[in-house]
Design a protein. Sequence first.
Length: 254
Amino acid sequence: MYRLCTFFVSLFLTLYFWSLSVFALIFTYSVCLFISPFVDSKTISRTYETLTGKFLLYAMTAPGFWTLTVKDNRRDKSWSYYDADAEEQERQYVIIANHMSFIDSLISVVIPLKKKYMVARAFTKFPVFSWLTLNSGYVLAERGNPEVNGQAVNKAIAAMQDGSSFLLFPQGRRVEKVENLETFKTGAYRIAQRQGVAILPLTYKNTHIAMPLGGWVYPADIEIIIDEPFYVETDNYEEYIVQSQDIMRRNLEK
């Protein structure tokens, strides 16, 4: 009986989430298409993030299907996840996080910085998503494609020239095992060093419960942990990778 109830709850949440996702994407696409001749990519990105990301997150958290808690370990809390003035929203970081679920980008909307994302090239196969992604100034990456990935760092730096922060997942793909933090790429650290901005490490917990690989949706208590930013001061990127992994592993073990 318990398994049957779990199945029907998950079926309802899955249909609910993906139906709203389609609606949100089409509505956002229509709005962004209308305003695109008059605004820059940063505004398109912000609109996309607000109309799709914040709407879907609210649709899941307001009824209590998901809970979302943010823990901020930074010393400097001049901006917070629930409040940032216009000047603070412009503060630049390269934001990194562990990657366990499709919704990892979705929950990133609670970080109030103006930001762009690195996304998998596969998503550009879907026309509406492709238009929104490219016109928001997002940068494409493709696993196993050195040519595309080799250009991604330069494109990310170019995307940040309008003052946006940049968010990416150093693991490069979603992983099934929470503790698997051993596959970090160096791209985030090279971008931060060349752009002269700090790395802002985030740790996501339980997103793999909310939506595991496969796209089914379940009730979950999600947590985001914000840790102290740090600068990449040398070319010894492995040192900073280990530092990031230690931060995330410590948070995941709590």
